[in-house]
Each structure stands twice: as structure tokens, then as C-alpha cells.
Design a protein around this ligand. Structure first.
Ligand code: GLU
Length: 288
């Protein structure tokens, strides 16, 4: 089977150092395996989108030498695929309409479990739709972080797959698109490790394959917090890509290649040294 990896940014800001690390880590993994590297723009949530950032990210990646093997997939154009997955879950009795608000759930311990709503059905308001989560332990092996086990009923309960404003959740869209793009290994930041069990459960409910997973250490700021686009982390500069690319490679534990004068030379040397087994195994660290 051909290895297929992907980078799947959300357009909530320009490419910053943390997302560059995820992009480089997934690119190196795909190229090392002799496989393909695909892009997916996760633009399904207009309330979080920053105008111009999708185009900005897509323009920045080639400046860092990261060229994808196919045109990017835009989640904003995938509504009918999410509708079909949703109908499949609803038809199988696995999804249910829910009018419970966060504050109502907070009074009841904060979590929705066993399909038990605290709020009554309200025909005047559209519902959110949740996936019913049974008492099941999801076991998986993360290629970098080791064996994982999550009891989904305890940790997240019945989770939202379609919001009351009609937007599909990241979890549903991600699972449908990883399958559609034929992804064999998901390489992404450690902050998404705790989404993985939900995604594996959704794959099982939908009869979709489960890819391998490798969660890279997160880039933390000096106070130990995640650098994220929505916190307006300083974007990397595509006009001067070498310093950030060197730093991203160093963050991933690769020796600084001497002598490379452009991004392609730098990536080629990094690829020659790359061994996924030698990636740093922590959940996050700050930049040296
Ligand atoms: N769109 C997500 C983000 O930018 C990443 C999703 C994924 O890699 O599964 O955080």
C-alpha cells in the first residue's frame, strides 16, 4: 500500500512556527516512506476563519520547499460527503438530536452520557447532533508516543458531530476526509492526541479504515503554552524561509545540515538524516 500522509491546517491565521513543524514532520515522514504528501484546508468553521489565511498558508508552504502531490482538498467543498456520513450514523441510530446547552450540562457534571438529554426537545430551535458513545475502551498505538487507551464514555461522553448552527465538527470532517484522501498515516501535533480515540470510534461507526498515528511534540512558548495561530503566534516569513526551516528541523531533532543554501537543499539533507524512530518523544517543548 502506498504511504499517504497529509498536512491539514485550519485557516485561523497565517502559518506559524508550530504549524511549520507539523508540516515539515508530516512531509519528511511521507518522503522517507517514498509516499505521497497531501494538503487539506480545514475551512469548515467560518466563525473561526481569518480572512486571507487559507491562501496565505497555501502560498507559504512551497516557499519552505513543501510541495504537495495533489491539489489541496477544501473542507468547505465537502458538505455532501459529511451529509452522507451523518445520514449513515443517524440511520443506524448512532446519532441523536440534542438541545442541551453547555450550562445545563454543567449542572449535571458537564458531560453528556448514554444519550440522556437534560433539556427537552424544542421544535423552535435547531438541535445539535451527538454521537452516542458506549462504554468502550479505544486502544491504539501512537508511533511516537507509544500505547494509548481511552475510555470514551468517561473522557468525552456523547460528542457533537454536527452543531446547532449546522456546521459539522472537526472530528467528523477529519475522519471522512482522511478516508477520502486515502491517508495511511496521520502525523500532527500532540494537542490532537486526545482527538484520536474519538476519530477511531467514528471510523468504526462509519466502517472506515483507521490510519496509523504519530503525534509530534508541540512547540511551546517560554511559559509552556502551545503556540497557536488563534493566539496570534508570530507567523513565519515565507520571504526568508531558511531560518525558520532550520529551526523546525532542529526542533524535530535533526542535525543542522551545513552548507545548504536553499530550502530544497536543506530538506534533501534533512531527509537523508531522517529516521521517524528518532523523533523526540515528548509531548511538547520550547524552541532552543
Ligand atoms: N486543522 C487542525 C489544526 O490546524 C489539524 C487537524 C489534523 O491534523 O487532524 O489544528
Amino acid at each position: 500500500m502506498t504511504y499517504r500522509g497529509r498536512f491539514a491546517p485550519s485557516p485561523t491565521g497565517q502559518l506559524h512556527f508550530g504549524s511549520l513543524v507539523a508540516a515539515v514532520g508530516s512531509w519528511l515522514s511521507a518522503r522517507h516512506a517514498g509516499g505521497q504528501w497531501l494538503l487539506r484546508m480545514e475551512d469548515i468553521d467560518p466563525t473561526r476563519e481569518v480572512a486571507g489565511s487559507a491562501a496565505g498558508i497555501l502560498a507559504a508552504l512551497p516557499a519552505f520547499g513543501l510541495a504537495a502531490d495533489a491539489a489541496p482538498l477544501f473542507q468547505s467543498q465537502r458538505r455532501s460527503a459529511y451529509d452522507a456520513a451523518f445520514e449513515q450514523l443517524r440511520g443506524a441510530g448512532m446519532a441523536f438530536a440534542c438541545w442541551c446547552s453547555r450550562s445545563e450540562l454543567a449542572l449535571d457534571g458537564g458531560m453528556h452520557r448514554d444519550g440522556q438529554c437534560v433539556a427537552p426537545a424544542n421544535p423552535d430551535r435547531p438541535p445539535a447532533w451527538r454521537l452516542r458513545v458506549p462504554d468502550v475502551a479505544i486502544d491504539f498505538h501512537d508511533a511516537l508516543q507509544g500505547p494509548q487507551r481511552e475510555h470514551l464514555r468517561q473522557s468525552v461522553g456523547d460528542f457533537v458531530i454536527r452543531r446547532a448552527d449546522d456546521a459539522y465538527s472537526y472530528q467528523l470532517a477529519c475522519v471522512v476526509d482522511d478516508a477520502f484522501q486515502g491517508i495511511t498515516e496521520v502525523v500532527r501535533g500532540h494537542d490532537l492526541l486526545d482527538s484520536t480515540a474519538r476519530q477511531i470510534w467514528l471510523q468504526r461507526c462509519l466502517g472506515l479504515p483507521t490510519p496509523a498515528y504519530r503525534h509530534l511534540p508541540l512547540v511551546l512558548d517560554g511559559d509552556g503554552r502551545k503556540l497557536s495561530k488563534s493566539d496570534r503566534a508570530v507567523p513565519v516569513d515565507p520571504a526568508s524561509p531558511l531560518p525558520a526551516l532550520r529551526q523546525a528541523l532542529a526542533f524535530l531533532g535533526l542535525p543542522a545540515p551545513a552548507g545548504a543554501v536553499d530550502v530544497h537543499g536543506l530538506l534533501a539533507r534533512a531527509l537523508a538524516d531522517f529516521d521517524p524512530a528518532l523523533l523526540p518523544q515528548c509531548s511538547g517543548r520550547s524552541v532552543d
